[in-house]
Design a protein around this ligand. Structure first.
Ligand SMILES: *Cc1c(COP(=O)(O)O)cnc(C)c1O
Length: 492
């Protein structure tokens, strides 16, 4: 017979787990940012079968320390500068604990009334806080919903766009080969994935060239691609514009793109996964100019707004189109509240049926930090990025690769791709920092993204010192071996 954990046991073990997390955060700086054991290390340390009899939580905590945590990539580490931040915070973790404790399934208003209404309220708060278009509010024609990720938001937007472009036929008949999606060459990979899942095929995505200086989409090239497709009998269904591309945080020119979409009746989805958070700061709202043209918009509080993964905030200007595209009403879900039309059933706004109570963590975060606290976090990230960029700019061995309006700096060694790749490998080998890379105008480019709550000036300075010292070694290697072609095999 199963032994459930009774509330008193849970209380004791729960305190131990909270202590464990607090100690983890307090000592994070002492760990290497990224594990170095080869693949299979964790697998080899684990038994091949589950235990026949239950074990105490202390045994699991011991194995966490021994086996698991040494092989975790520490995203909350102050030296983590890879990808984009996926920051979390105390209030977010505590709210997730509450959400898990409630274990409520919010697929319908009726299955979690408070969860549904809190979600609507916090997303309306964010419209206000970020000065997003009034039509995104639930009190108008639109509304917001929490998706698990920006990828899901783009998929849902693509489905709604197909619904519109097909005059509703898509819902019953599916898509034929004629529908097209557009994004810039720096549009996120999730856009192609959404197109494939939605049935357009990867070939259905047109990638529009960017300006080589700003890395932002060229509106004239978008118009030309749309015209060429129309001339071919194809149907432009959706344009995905980006505020803050993943490679360089370029901002696509929404005012021009919005006008083009309106002219041709194309759905405009704005993917602001990382940089959307910037709109919390009035001085950064320039990045959202033209957002009033969007049919849908999303950003990830789980990237730069201190809310633990997963939490993507997604809004539509007209919820009717989205709901029509996605709703299916089986008998077992019929209920009086839904039939009254007076409630929101968020299952109709997403792909899965079931949903967690994620609004809680956003609510805890917004209340713990307050608007000014969130702004202070964002501003500190931008100031640290500026501090780092100033070092790069002042060193003529280095070049900045693109503008850095937010908390990401992209840069490379002037000596070339191989030297830059060697530089990344070398600084990451130090275990003290972790950076990732991309390609900009075809050239190997390092990315330093600031955003972990524990990152301060000393960590950014350490990153620069490591980079500068490694550059010295690598460039010495280039000279002594007589050419940049050997720069990826520095001595030592
Ligand atoms: C990170 C990112 C995504 C994907 O985010 P998920 O929430 O992990 O799906 C999409 N678009 C952009 C621009 C991103 O930076």
């Amino acid at each position: 017979m199963a032994e459930h954990m009774d509330p008193e046991e849970f209380r004791r073990a729960g305190y131990a787990v909270v202590d464990w997390v607090a100690d983890y955060w307090r000592t994070l700086d002492q760990r290497p940012v990224v594990p170095r054991d080869p693949p299979g290390t964790v697998t080899a340390a684990l038994p091949a079968t589950p235990p026949a009899h239950g074990e105490p939580v202390a045994a699991m905590l011991a194995d966490l320390d021994e086996i698991i945590v040494p092989r975790v990539t520490h995203w909350q580490h102050p030296g983590f500068f890879g990808y984009f931040p996926a920051n979390t915070s105390g209030p977010s973790v505590l709210a997730d604990l509450v959400s898990s404790g409630l274990g409520a399934q919010g697929m319908l208003w009726a299955t979690n009334p408070a969860g549904t209404e809190l979600e609507t309220v916090v997303l309306d708060w964010l419209v206000e806080l970020m000065d997003l278009p009034a039509r995104f509010r639930s009190t108008g024609a639109g509304g917001g919903v929490i998706q698990d990720s920006a990828s899901s938001a783009t998929l849902v937007a693509t489905l709604a766009a197909l619904h519109r472009a097909s005059g509703g036929r898509w819902r019953e008949a599916g898509v034929d080969r004629r529908y097209r999606a557009y994004t810039s060459t720096h549009g996120h990979s999730s856009i192609e994935k959404a197109a494939r899942i939605a049935g357009l095929g990867g070939q259905g995505v047109r990638t529009i060239e960017v300006d080589p200086e700003t890395q932002a989409m060229r509106p004239a090239a978008l118009r030309a691609a749309i015209e060429a497709d129309l001339a071919n009998g194809e149907v432009p269904a959706i344009v995905v514009a980006t505020i803050g591309t993943t490679s360089t945080t370029a901002v696509d020119p929404l005012p021009e793109i919005g006008v083009i979409c309106a002219e041709y009746g194309i759905w405009l989805h704005v993917d602001a996964a990382y940089a959307g958070a910037a709109a919390v700061c009035p001085e950064l709202r320039w990045s959202h100019a033209g957002v009033e043209h969007a049919d849908s918009y999303c950003f990830d509080p789980h990237k730069w707004l201190l809310t633990g993964f997963d939490c993507d905030a997604f809004w539509v200007a007209d919820r009717g189109e989205l709901i029509e595209a996605l709703t299916v009403m089986p008998e077992f879900l019929r209920n009086a509240a839904s039939e009254s039309g007076a409630v929101i059933d968020y299952r109709d706004w997403q792909v899965p049926l079931g949903r967690r109570f994620r609004a809680l963590k956003l609510w805890f975060v917004l209340r713990w930090y307050g608007v000014e606290g969130l702004r202070a976090h964002l501003r500190s990230g931008i100031a640290l990025a500026d501090r780092f960029a100033a070092r790069v700019r002042a060193d003529d061995r280095f070049a900045l690769a693109a503008p850095h309006p937010f908390s990401l700096v992209t840069f490379r060694l002037r000596a070339g791709d191989e030297a830059s790749a060697a530089l990344l490998a070398r600084v990451n080998d130090s275990g003290q920092v972790h950076l990732t890379h991309t390609r900009v105008n075809g050239r190997y480019t390092l990315r330093l993204a600031v955003g972990a709550p524990l990152t301060g000036p000393e960590h950014v300075d350490r990153a620069w010192d490591l980079l500068s010292a490694a550059a010295t070694d690598i460039l010495a290697g280039v000279t002594s071996t007589g050419g940049s072609a050997r720069a990826n095999t520095p001595p030592g």
